[in-house]
Design a binder for this molecule. Structure first.
Ligand SMILES: Cc1cc2nc3c(=O)[nH]c(=O)nc-3n(C[C@H](O)[C@H](O)[C@H](O)COP(=O)(O)OP(=O)(O)OC[C@H]3O[C@@H](n4cnc5c(N)ncnc54)[C@H](O)[C@@H]3O)c2cc1C
Ligand code: FES
Length: 261
């Protein structure tokens, strides 16, 4: 993948999700499907609206949430300048997009698989559930701070087992961590697979318990990215052997024993 694979596509829909009247709002964004042969859940795209000109230089990375015949769906949380401008796009606007980028989550159809998501980290699991040959083997856990209707949890829990916990007061975090510990132990005991996506502290908790119980677990990292194709070195982290690796090309998905968090 290189920037030569960059395409322009049109925005089809930008729909607010949930009824929040606060700055951190959530949006489902539908784009024309780029000219891709295939994609895998866990991969991501770099997006740069053409209207940005030189105002905002760098594109922004987003997980591929789901794809149907002619639509690519992203799920975007407004957190800063770039996402504020992306979520204000209108149908018909042009967006430069390159992808699908990076590696993908492991798929073991017959293995009990736990999907651990922290907040917006639920986004790639929508596509994962849609593509999985045996969704009855999947179990979703969502830890979130904003109201549940902000996340595509309802749609997913219609298809697979799902549980969620909200963090509203300080004690809640300890309960969330205790539940994650219990779940990770359960999946380690049955040699299940654990896939996780969320903010770095959430990933560190997954890694800590995966190490403690010897669980087979993957984390998807959300490092800051500028190029998405391995060129700028803006996203580097260390692998399990103290070597620097680009998250955009070697990840974003890593086995927990192969990455330093
Ligand atoms: C592989 C990958 C997949 C992602 N998938 C999603 C997704 O599906 N939905 C979603 O809402 N967000 C996702 N993100 C995070 C999203 O890219 C950032 O929230 C976005 O780039 C912030 O841009 P901003 O200009 O609004 O924020 P800024 O104003 O630049 O900063 C606001 C906050 O966002 C963080 N941030 C800024 N730029 C980046 C960046 N390029 N990468 C990561 N964090 C950044 C900053 O550390 C800061 O905390 C993903 C990130 C990665 C790396
Ligand atoms: S984002 Fe440029 S090297 Fe990874």
């Amino acid at each position: 993948m290189s920037l030569r694979n960059c395409q322009n596509v049109k925005v089809l829909e930008v729909t607010p999700v949930g009824q929040l009247k606060r700055p951190d709002e959530f949006f489902e964004i539908k784009l024309e499907y780029p000219d891709w042969d295939r994609w895998k859940p866990g991969q991501f795209v770099m997006i740069r609206p053409t209207g940005w000109e030189l105002d905002l230089l760098w594109a922004r990375p987003f997980s591929i949430c789901s794809v149907d015949d002619d639509t690519l769906t992203l799920f975007v949380q407004k957190v800063g300048r770039g996402t504020a401008r992306i979520t204000a796009l209108k149908p018909g606007d042009d967006v430069a997009i390159w992808g699908p980028l990076g590696n993908s989550f492991a798929v073991e159809p017959e293995t009990p698989t736990l999907l651990l998501s922290g907040g917006i980290g639920i986004a790639p699991f929508r596509g994962y559930v849609e593509q999985h040959p045996h969704p009855e083997n999947l179990n979703l856990f969502l830890a979130h701070r904003l109201p549940l209707e902000c996340y595509p949890f309802g749609k997913l829990s219609e298809k697979i087992n799902g549980q969620c916990m909200i963090e509203e007061k300080p004690d809640d975090l300890q309960q969330i961590i205790a539940s994650m510990r219990e779940l990770i132990k359960e999946y380690a005991d049955k040699d299940g697979l654990i896939l996780s996506c969320g903010p770095t502290p959430f990933m560190r908790t997954v890694q800590q318990f995966a190490n403690e119980f010897g669980a087979r677990a993957q984390v998807s990292l959300e490092n800051r990215m500028a190029c998405g194709v391995g060129a700028c070195l803006g996203c580097v982290t260390k692998d399990g052997n103290d070597h620097h690796v680009q998250v955009c090309t070697k990840g974003p998905v890593f086995w927990t024993d192969k990455v330093e968090l």
